[in-house]
Design a binder for this molecule. Structure first.
Ligand code: BG6
Length: 468
């Protein structure tokens, strides 16, 4: 639908930006922090940095928050490293780790920036992983305890909480992201998934109990899946992949039940988890206050070809690999791609907003969206017009979605500042702020405002009225 006039962004729209602890902080073993599964991996894709120093935000957060304030951010979405708070995941609380997030949150609040905290962003404590990780039911209670600690510590200052970042990507592409050891059977992945659902439900209940005016929601990566053609079997394959990739996670988080198509898929593939009677009661007893979601691009899939080509090699958050007898990944000929092969689909953003709103009728908060690129620092400047184009095209679609009647709370693109990507190193940059370091040479880690910084500052100052 085209409109003659668009609705304005709400006055209290959360114009923000995002990061995650392990990708930005560094100081991986300082002040009592324990190792996470990311630290314990020991090897990373060839040619890419580890996460030991990252962007050194742990030591430079004050300088970074001052830059966020200059950018005009209304909100900053960050994650709390479980291993700073409870180094081994379920043992003693680490006061120095607790103090770090007080300092960060206090700096944000003092700068008038609303803190939005992700409780868990890929960095499970390695010690818990050694005990079976999410596949072991005890991890649920360890997470609930961690949740209680952080709600009690920060709940008077942090009112927006996100439970688990991209649980769906950890299940589908955990090997690429580095959260899952190679070769895990699908049944183990979906048992872990079930336990994460329980952990999320417990966190939801605790948040509502301990942070009375707190708001909490899930934060999956949601990408609407298109059929490659209008052949009914392609449409069915897209419906299947929507159920497996998207609705499995949100039907559970919002409605407390397994999506029926996704459950049929789990049974058919021998991956259905063990579900206790009391689990269903717990899951059905919670409701989030909003849905946060990360959006980079849609997916396109086709009916299974049954010729051995259904499963492609590789795959990551935005590259579907296909599954024998279920669906095949396909390219969308109408979409351009980033330098890293991810499709770019701003209109798909609006399609995704509408699908989420129609399905769940909960306010939506965008917690990631952005362009990874090989930026160049020249004479202290980064001319990232390509990122401005990407962000502008997506913000325009948010305004169209708002005009469609969708309730949107805010927009937190990825990323506030350059950080280390999940599996493609520090050279794949997303930030508004450039961090001077290379993959293996830390240089001076100095900060520089990119062209996109100045552009986004103007967007925020005009509440989206001036996107030029
Ligand atoms: C999301 C993650 O999948 O996408 C982030 O939540 C990640 O942690 C972002 O960095 C971009 O992906 P990548 O692989 O380019 O870092």
């Amino acid at each position: 639908m085209q409109y003659r006039e668009l609705k304005a962004f709400p006055a209290d729209f959360l114009w923000g930006a995002s990061s995650s602890a392990y990708q930005v902080e560094g100081a991986w073993n300082e002040d009592g922090k324990g190792p996470s599964v990311i630290d314990a991996r020991g090897h990373y894709p060839p040619g890419t940095s580890d996460y030991t120093v990252a962007s050194d935000h742990y030591h430079r957060f004050a300088e970074d928050v001052a830059l966020f304030a200059e950018l005009g951010l209304k909100a900053y979405r960050f994650s709390i490293a479980w291993t700073r708070i409870i180094p081994d995941g379920d043992g003693e609380v680490n006061p120095a780790g607790v103090a770090f997030y007080h300092r960060l949150i206090d700096a944000l609040v003092a700068a008038g920036i609303t803190p939005i905290a992700t409780m868990y962003h890929f960095d499970l404590p390695a010690a818990l992983d050694g005990k079976g990780g999410w596949q072991d039911r005890t991890c649920v209670d360890a997470f609930a305890r961690f949740a209680e600690v952080i709600f009690r510590e920060y709940g008077d200052k942090v009112k927006h909480w996100l439970t688990i970042n991209e649980q769906n990507m950890m299940v589908l592409y955990g090997e690429a992201i580095g959260t899952v050891k190679p070769g895990q059977p699908k049944s183990a992945l979906y048992q872990a998934n079930h336990h994460m659902m329980l952990a999320q439900a417990k966190a939801n209940l605790l948040c509502h109990e301990l942070v009375p005016d707190g708001l909490i929601g899930p934060a999956p990566n949601i990408a609407l899946c298109y059929p490659e053609t209008c052949h009914p079997s392609d449409v069915l394959a897209a419906d299947d992949f929507n159920a497996i990739r998207n609705w499995l996670y949100l039907d559970m988080a919002v409605e407390g039940r397994y999506n029926s198509v996704a459950w049929a898929y789990l049974e058919e593939t021998g991956a259905a988890p063990q579900v206790a009677e009391e689990d269903l009661e717990l899951l059905a007893s919670v409701r989030p206050d909003f849905i946060a979601f990360n959006y980079y691009a849609t997916h396109t899939v086709a009916r299974p070809r049954e010729d051995g080509s259904d499963v492609a090699a590789g795959g990551d958050q935005q590259i579907a690999v296909g599954e024998k007898g279920i669906y095949a990944g396909a390219a969308n000929p109408y979409l351009p791609k980033t330098e890293f092969g991810w499709e770019i689909d701003p209109i798909g953003f609006r399609n995704t907003f509408r699908a989420l709103w129609d399905r769940y009728h909960l306010p939506l908060l965008v917690t990631e969206n952005g362009l990874g690129a090989f930026d160049k620092l020249e004479d202290g400047q980064v001319h990232d017009g390509y990122r401005i184009d990407y962000l502008r095209d997506h913000i325009e679609q948010i305004q169209l979605a708002i005009t469609d009647g969708v309730g949107v709370l805010g927009y937190c693109p990825w990323s506030a500042i350059d950080l280390v990507s999940t599996h493609q190193g520090v050279s794949k940059r997303y930030g508004f702020i450039y961090v001077r370091r290379d993959e293996f040479d830390l240089l001076d880690l100095a900060r520089f405002k990119k062209d996109s910084f100045h552009w986004y500052a103007k967007v925020i100052a005009t509440s989206g009225a001036d996107l030029s």
